[in-house]
Write a protein that binds this ligand. Structure first.
Ligand code: B12
Ligand code: SF4
Ligand code: SF4
Length: 378
C-alpha cells in the first residue's frame, strides 16, 4: 500500500495541468478566433488602469453612457477593478473584421454616407441566405466553445464570458494579455492585425503562471488620428472625450445633437472609422476573411437616399440582427439628416422639409439644422 501511494504521488499524471499562453491561444484559434493572449490576474497595470478609468468617468467623458458609471456595494466603480473575486486569469481573444473594402477617408460617390466597418457583418444562415450578424453573438458563441474545451482539459472552474457585455475594460485586459498596445486613438492595436478587431474576454478562476508579455507602444511621434478627428474627441494622446465622439453621437446618444458637433460629423451615419482609417498600422494589417463577419457590400458607402427611404419595416428587414439596430429607426434618420446637411447637396432638401416637423426631437432638430446648411450653400 505504501509503495502504491508513493508511485501515485510521483506520477506526472497527478500534477494538475496549468494553462499556458500557447495552449490558451491554440484553443482560442480552434474556437474560431484569429488571435488570443493570456493574462494572470490581477495584472501588472490593474491599479493604473483603474485610476485612469475612474478619472475618465469623473471627468464626465462617458456622456450619457450610464452603464459605465455603475458602482458596486462598496461605492467603487464596478469597472475600476475586476468585480469577480474568483478571477485569476483572462483569456483575451481577437476576431478580425478588417477587409479589402475602401476606407471612410477615401473619395466616395456623391451623396454617400458611412456606416462603420464593424457593423457591416453578415453570415450565410442554415437556409443558405445571407443575414446580418452581430459580433456580440458570434464571439460569445466562440467563447462558450473555448470554455467547454478548457473544462475538458482543466476540469471544473469558474468562468464568465464577455463581449462588450459586462463590467470589464476589455482593452486594458487585452493589453495585459499581450495582444497589442493602446494607440493614441485609444484603440487596441495589434502589430500585425492593426485595430480592426473585436475583443472577447473569458475570465476564469484557473491559477496560471505566465509572466506579463506587454507590447511596446509603437505610435512613436505619429499624431495622425488626433489631427484627423473631426469633432475633437481625442482631447490628448490616448484620451477620448466620448461625449464628442461620432461613434457615441450616432450610436449611443438619443435625441438632439449640438450644432457644433453636427458640423464635424460629416457623412458618418453609424459609428466612425476615421481615426483608425488614417492609422498607419491599419495600412498593411492582415485581412480577416471571417465567415461569420463578412461585409455586406450594400452597407459600404450607402447612398443617403436609400437609408432615408427606409420605413420602420424596411429598417427592421435591413438591420434586424445587425449592430446598426442599436441606433434605432429615428436615430439613424437623424444621422442621415445631418449627413445630408453636411453634403451641401440641394437634392436632399425635400427629405429635410419632410422631417422638419416630425415629433422625434433628434430628427426634427437635425433636419432643421441641415435645411439651413443647404440654404447657406445655395
Ligand atoms: C464605451 C465604449 C465606446 C465609447 C467610448 C470609447 C472609448 N474610447 O472609451 C464609444 C461609443 C465612443 C466607442 C467607440 C468605438 N468603439 Co467601443 N467600446 C466601448 C466599451 C463598451 C467600453 C470602453 C471603456 O471602458 N471606455 C473607458 C476608457 C477609459 O477605456 P478605454 O478607452 O478602453 O481605455 C484604454 C485607453 O483609453 C487607455 N487610457 C485611458 N486613459 C489614459 C490616459 C493615458 C495618459 C494613457 C497613456 C492611456 C489611457 O487605457 C485604457 C486601457 O487600455 C468597450 C467594450 C468594453 N467593455 O471594454 C467597447 C470597445 C472599446 N469598442 C470597440 C470598437 C470597435 C469601437 C469603435 C471602433 C466602433 C466604431 N467604428 O464606431 C469606436 C472606436 C472609437 C475609438 N477611437 O475608441 C472595441 C475596440 C476594439 C479595439 N481594437 O480597440 C471594444 C473593445 C468592443 C469590443 N468588444 O470589441 N466605444
Ligand atoms: S471614432 Fe471618429 S469621432 Fe471618435 S475619436 Fe475616432 S475620429 Fe474622432
Ligand atoms: S494614427 Fe498614429 S498616433 Fe494614432 S493610433 Fe495610429 S500610430 Fe498611433
Amino acid at each position: 500500500m505504501v509503495r502504491l501511494s508513493f508511485q501515485l504521488d510521483a506520477s506526472p499524471h497527478s500534477e494538475p495541468a496549468v494553462l499556458s499562453r500557447e495552449r490558451a491561444r491554440g484553443l482560442a484559434l480552434e474556437a474560431g478566433f484569429a488571435e488570443a493572449g493570456l493574462a494572470a490576474l490581477p495584472h501588472t497595470h490593474q491599479e493604473r488602469d483603474a485610476a485612469r478609468f475612474e478619472e475618465w468617468v469623473r471627468a464626465g467623458r462617458a456622456g450619457s453612457m450610464r452603464y459605465l458609471e455603475r458602482s458596486g456595494e462598496d461605492g467603487r466603480l464596478l469597472r475600476a477593478r475586476i468585480p469577480f473575486p474568483w478571477a485569476r486569469s483572462a483569456v483575451v481573444c481577437w476576431a478580425n473584421y478588417n477587409g479589402e473594402q475602401p476606407r471612410s477617408t477615401e473619395p466616395a460617390a456623391e451623396g454617400a454616407g458611412w456606416i462603420a466597418r464593424y457593423a457591416w457583418s453578415s453570415q450565410v444562415n442554415a437556409e443558405g441566405r445571407r443575414r446580418p450578424s452581430d459580433y456580440h453573438k458570434v464571439l460569445l458563441k466562440r467563447l462558450k466553445a473555448l470554455e467547454a474545451r478548457l473544462h475538458e482539459e482543466f476540469g471544473a472552474f469558474e468562468a464568465r464570458a464577455f463581449v462588450d457585455t459586462g463590467p470589464v475594460v476589455e482593452r486594458a485586459l487585452a493589453e495585459a494579455a499581450g495582444l497589442g498596445w493602446t494607440g493614441k486613438n485609444t484603440c487596441l492595436i495589434h502589430p500585425k492585425l492593426g485595430s480592426f478587431g473585436f475583443l472577447a474576454v473569458l475570465l476564469t478562476s484557473l491559477e496560471i503562471d505566465v509572466p506579463a508579455a506587454l507590447q511596446p507602444d509603437r505610435c512613436g511621434s505619429c499624431r495622425r488620428c488626433l489631427e484627423a478627428c473631426p469633432t475633437g474627441a481625442l482631447i490628448a494622446p490616448y484620451q477620448m472625450d466620448a461625449s464628442r465622439c461620432i461613434a457615441y453621437l450616432t450610436i449611443e446618444h438619443r435625441g438632439a445633437i449640438a450644432p457644433e458637433l453636427m458640423e464635424g460629423m460629416g457623412r458618418q451615419v453609424f459609428g466612425c472609422d476615421i481615426c483608425q482609417d488614417v492609422c498607419p498600422w491599419n495600412r498593411k494589417a492582415l485581412l480577416g476573411g471571417d465567415g461569420e463577419l463578412e461585409a455586406r457590400t450594400e452597407l459600404v458607402n450607402p447612398a443617403l437616399e436609400v437609408l432615408a427611404a427606409l420605413d420602420e419595416a424596411g429598417f427592421e428587414r435591413a438591420f434586424n440582427g445587425s449592430p446598426v439596430r442599436r441606433a434605432g429607426f429615428w436615430g439613424l434618420k437623424r444621422n442621415v439628416a445631418i449627413a445630408m446637411g453636411n453634403s451641401r447637396m440641394g437634392r436632399f432638401a425635400p427629405w429635410l422639409e419632410d422631417w422638419a416637423d416630425v415629433a422625434d426631437e433628434g430628427l426634427r432638430s437635425a433636419a432643421r439644422w441641415a435645411r439651413e446648411k443647404l440654404k447657406e450653400s445655395r
